[in-house]
Design a protein around this ligand. Structure first.
Ligand code: ZN
Ligand code: ZN
Length: 343
């Protein structure tokens, strides 16, 4: 019995290419009480590995959060397997707008303390007392209401390349930070304003809406299924699309184009651009926005220093890193003094 991934990403990429099968990128989550996450973990790994499912799945006592790539021909079997698990029966699957057969190259099912790193102490409030879920059509009407305040619950590097028109986009690095900022800004309006929130796939709003209700907000709404499901409904029902730019996603595609607007700028030259890259210097790996011209000029690096290091033979780079911890820039996504045009 094999309970862990055997192939390297490279071997997997070659296999996927060779197989030439179409794959679907999708995600789902569910809050539920899971008594023994490790047993569920092993059960899912065995079943999904057999179906050639790839992706990153977190399981905790509080639930499951999964981002996957499934061969199209195995989709029905996969769905059937999900339905065989009581708390996952008919769970909403968010199917990606832009498909990419290489979105995931390994199956990683991990047991975690939490399914989202939210920094919240769950004992203080009732997470099942959520906001009102709204679909795309209701959401479109709701955000035109002059008493509505629309809040983006994602981090700065996500909302930078795409967000809803007129949304408040807190300049934060973590979910926890944005909770406080919003509460402070709306402290006077807990009863009279409608707090409308959204995130990538809806999972962050599940907690955030319950948190705000706990904090005394009377009218809390959340976009069901997030930007991913909104886009699907807008396309299917031919609704007006009120989202500008790209939806940042957490697989190697990095983003899905939702509208043709480019609302961000290259962090190095300021030209309109919304393409995220990671600095080519492995010791840096900073996430930032870089246009094609700057990528060519800087060899994909974020700074002259990184460019110099990256040009050294690999052994010398390794020697430089010895004894040093990884740069904390990895955790300061898209923030660095060298990026002149980062807003
Ligand atoms: Zn540039
Ligand atoms: Zn760098």
């Amino acid at each position: 019995m094999q309970l862990y991934n055997k192939l390297s990403a490279k071997e997997r990429a070659a296999l996927i290419e060779e197989a030439g099968k179409q794959r679907l990128t999708l995600s789902f989550y569910q809050y539920a009480n899971i008594g023994n996450p490790q047993i569920l973990r092993n059960h899912l790994f065995l079943a999904w590995d057999a179906l050639e499912v790839l992706g990153r799945i977190y399981i905790a006592n509080e639930g499951i959060n999964a981002q996957l790539s499934v061969p199209a021909e195995n989709f029905e079997a996969f769905k059937k397997h999900l339905d065989s698990i009581t708390f996952l029966e008919n769970v909403r699957l968010n199917v990606a707008v832009e498909q990419d057969d290489m979105s995931f190259l390994k199956l990683k099912v991990k047991v975690r303390h939490k399914i989202v790193a939210d920094g919240l102490n769950d004992d203080t409030f009732d997470v099942t007392n959520k906001g009102i879920h709204v679909d795309a059509e209701t959401f479109n009407a709701l955000i035109e209401d002059e008493n509505a305040v629309l809040v983006d619950m994602r981090n700065h590097y996500e909302s930078e390349i795409g967000h809803f028109k007129n949304a408040v986009t807190p300049d934060v690095d973590t979910f926890r930070d944005s909770l406080d900022i919003i509460e402070e800004q709306l402290a006077e309006h807990k009863e009279d304003k409608k707090l409308v929130m959204y995130c990538t796939g809806g999972i962050r709003c599940e907690k955030a809406s319950a948190y705000y209700k706990h904090k005394g907000f009377k009218n809390v709404y959340q976009l069901e299924g997030g930007i991913i499901e909104y886009t699907r409904q807008v396309n299917e029902k031919e609704l007006e699309n009120k989202f500008l730019g790209k939806n940042f996603v957490f697989d190697h595609r990095r983003a899905e184009k939702i509208s043709d607007d480019i609302i961000a700028n290259c962090h190095q030259c300021g030209e309109p651009c919304d393409t995220h890259v990671n600095c080519e210097n492995e010791a840096c790996h900073l996430l930032f926005i870089q246009c094609k011209n700057c990528a060519a000029e800087m060899n994909g690096c974020c700074s002259d220093e990184c460019k110099e290091i990256n040009a050294l033979p690999y052994e010398e780079q390794k020697a430089l890193r010895r004894g040093k911890h990884n740069s904390n820039k990895i955790f300061k996504k898209g923030r660095s003094e060298v990026l002149k045009f980062k807003k």
